[in-house]
Design a protein around this ligand. Structure first.
Ligand SMILES: [Zn+2]
Length: 455
């Protein structure tokens, strides 16, 4: 289409590196005033560094979602298609970034890569780089650039599984320690940096003491790991802050949180003071927003069977293929995703935010799980539901504060809601067994699910 913006209208020098995830890398526009690019971030796909054998390319492959392929026209990025067809029907638009297609070209991308490569983390540079073969990328609302500060939280799994579909062998373990806490335990035994001590159910609880505990846990892991663990990221004026356990590394954040003190060159604030000011600024927003509750409900209702129940359903209907969950199943296209959301919304009608926990429970309980006479259609529904639940388990929220805004007056936006490929299902089922096996004999953490459906 003629009105798709062209990245070549800007200079690669005008884009500042912000951060990257497993499959994408993000830049913020800092160039001269431009109606199409002011306040935007450029999200580019990455590809594996060539010449490496046995690279795990899984994370670079996105299911294609375009309905039709015009001759010679690269379809819009799957993230854009997925957001408009699926996500915007489940999460209110005010909590989502604007996403538009933008045309890119090889020479421009190569120049940008050349200019910014040195700022990328070393481990990432060894593995991947900007995919310069793409002709389209995503232009998104820039949620961390400009004045002020922002926090990115990857909340992860905000629910405990229902007991119904768990096996006798895992029920006690899985309903007393949440999936994130168990996974953190497994990773820590493997020597990985993890958010030990952070329990997502605290963050999702909408309870002042518990949300505070979650924020403090995220902060201490952030500080202790030098921001290497990705559950918390802090941005000040568009720059990702890398903390060390000293005062100067926190100075840019302290200057935002204690604006009156920073002009004076007064005494520096201790890390604990900065943490407490950050917590006070974020708490009102987290306690007030319906977003986390929405994410938790979506995760819970889409993953109604647990991967164990899903595997059992699969084995019942596909005994021949029972070894590999999802094997041979095609990725849903846009039309199938649209029908899926129709069905999901008819099973779980949106309810007013004010509905009490017990009303929500009744509704969820009567609808949960597959009918006893589950058929092929039901299996397909549950496979898709699990895939979509994974998008909501893996997304991030950005809490953005602008200078001079009153406490609690920031915005909260859900990002990174990408479509997952169906070939991941078997890996998730395997990982689930590893995580539970590693937790056998470990004292339960007794994680509390504030929105649990009482048995
Ligand atoms: Zn937990």
């Amino acid at each position: 289409m003629a009105d798709t913006p062209q990245i070549a209208d800007t200079s690669p020098h005008d884009w500042k590196y912000i951060s990257e995830g497993g499959s994408t890398i993000v830049f913020s526009y800092t160039g001269p005033l431009h109606p199409q690019f002011d306040g935007t971030a450029l999200r580019l796909r990455k590809g594996p560094v060539s010449g490496r054998e046995h690279t795990d390319t899984e994370q670079y492959q996105q299911p294609q979602l375009a309905e039709t392929h015009d001759q010679g026209e690269e379809p819009d990025d799957p993230t854009i298609v997925f957001q408009s067809a699926v996500i915007e029907r489940l999460v209110p638009r005010q909590f989502l970034p604007r996403l538009d297609a933008v045309r890119v070209e090889r020479a421009w991308l190569q120049q940008l890569a050349h200019l910014t490569e040195a700022q990328r983390p070393k481990e990432r540079r060894a593995k991947d780089r900007i995919d310069t073969g793409r002709r389209k990328a995503v232009l998104a609302t820039d949620l961390v650039g400009g004045d002020g500060w922002a926090v990115e939280i990857k909340p992860k799994w905000g629910f405990l599984p229902a007991r119904t579909h768990l096996s006798d062998e895992t029920r006690e373990i899985k309903t007393r320690t949440c999936r994130f806490c168990m996974h953190a335990h497994l990773k820590s035994t493997q020597g990985e940096d993890v958010s030990l001590g952070y329990c997502p159910l605290d963050l999702f609880a909408r309870d002042k003491a518990r949300v505070t505990r979650a924020l403090h846990a995220l902060w201490s892991v952030w500080l202790g790991s030098g921001a290497a663990v990705n559950n918390l990221r802090v941005f000040v004026q568009g720059r990702k802050l890398t903390p060390a356990a000293d005062v100067p590394s926190l100075a840019p954040l302290a200057a935002q949180l204690f604006p009156e003190a920073s002009h004076e060159g007064g005494p520096a604030h201790t890390p604990d003071e900065v943490r407490d000011a950050l917590t006070s600024a974020l708490l009102p927003l987290l306690l007030d927003t319906p977003v986390l509750r929405t994410l938790s409900t979506l995760q819970r209702t889409l993953d109604a069977l647990d991967v164990e129940g899903l595997t059992a359903l699969w084995a019942r209907l596909r005994p021949a293929d029972a070894a590999e969950l999802g094997e041979g199943e095609a990725d849903p296209d846009v039309a199938e995703w649209t029908r899926f959301v129709d069905t999901y919304l008819s099973r779980h009608p949106p309810r007013p935010e004010s509905a009490s926990a017990s009303e929500a429970q009744t509704q969820t309980r009567t609808r949960a799980g597959p009918p006893a006479e589950a058929d092929e259609d039901e299996l397909r529904y549950q496979l898709q539901a699990y895939l979509l639940s994974a998008s909501f388990k893996d997304c991030s929220v950005i809490l953005r504060m602008k200078p001079g805004q009153a406490v609690g007056q920031g915005t909260i936006t859900v990002i990174d809601l990408d479509v997952k490929g169906i070939d991941r299902l078997a890996k998730w089922a395997k990982l689930d067994r590893e995580i539970v096996d590693a937790y056998r004999g470990i004292p339960p953490r007794d994680c509390v699910d504030a929105w649990a459906i009482s048995a």
